[in-house]
Write a protein that binds this ligand. Structure first.
Ligand SMILES: [Mg+2]
Length: 232
């Protein structure tokens, strides 16, 4: 049995820890127009996808070639918009039930916690700090949405970073990925990590189980269930 102190828990953000009620879509609308002068006419699917995947698709769908330079400009604008929105975020959105106590409980039990999220790191920081949910997370070792359009790459990166930063490896079975979409579950399973689905997004428990989640929680409100999902 792996000791609790040797667990790495990688949280998704949107619809897992917080719900910003579509703020991110509004930011894209604003950023596309600001950076390219083109008004947004169609919005791609956001759920569980990385910023690299979303940005490239937004540009392509509007007939713009997604060069690395343009993608970086979009991200700089996105980061600035999210920072400006910071004072409004807590009013506009909400921390999902139990998120704060779940993070505190897992920290208290001795696991290392970070993020695997489609968000950029700065945006992740703005989103979570708006709700006071940043304190138990090590942002340095997370896998963020600029890395790849393919979400499993983010898990691999976070596990490597955690190993390098903490000086000890995390076996796949000691890595727990928590998220609300089949993309989160796929990303975990691609590395043999434990996939914990939370049905607070668009996907219900059955869909998450079908995607391969070993554990599915209705939400994070029961800390005991969260701890048992993480520590087995
Ligand atoms: Mg999510």
């Amino acid at each position: 049995m792996t000791s609790s102190a040797h667990r790495l828990v990688l949280w998704d953000i949107d619809q897992t820890l917080i719900d910003l009620r579509g703020a991110g879509r509004g930011w894209y609308r604003q950023v596309l127009e600001e950076v390219t002068g083109v008004a947004m006419t169609q919005m791609p699917d956001f759920f569980g996808r990385t910023e690299r995947a979303i940005t490239a698709e937004v540009l392509t769908r509007h007939g713009i070639e997604p060069t690395e330079e343009l993608i970086r400009k979009m991200w700089a604008a996105l980061t600035a918009v999210s920072e400006l929105a910071l004072p409004e975020l807590a009013k506009r959105g909400l921390a999902l039930p139990g998120a704060a106590t779940a993070l505190a409980g897992v920290a208290e039990a001795g696991a290392v916690q970070s993020l695997v999220t489609g968000n950029l790191r700065e945006v992740a920081w703005h989103k979570l700090s708006a709700f006071g949910l940043h304190t138990h997370l090590d942002f340095e070792i997370g896998g963020y949405g600029d890395l790849s359009a393919y979400r499993p790459d983010l898990v691999a990166y976070a596990v490597d970073r955690a190993h390098a930063a903490l000086g000890r490896p995390f076996e796949p079975a000691s890595v727990i990925v928590v998220g609300d979409t089949p993309h989160d579950i796929d990303a975990a399973r691609a590395h043999g990590a434990v996939a914990v689905g939370v049905a607070t997004g668009r996907f219900d428990s059955e869909a998450l189980r079908e995607a391969g989640a070993q554990v599915v929680l209705r939400d994070l409100s029961d800390t005991k269930l969260v701890l048992s999902a993480v520590f087995g």
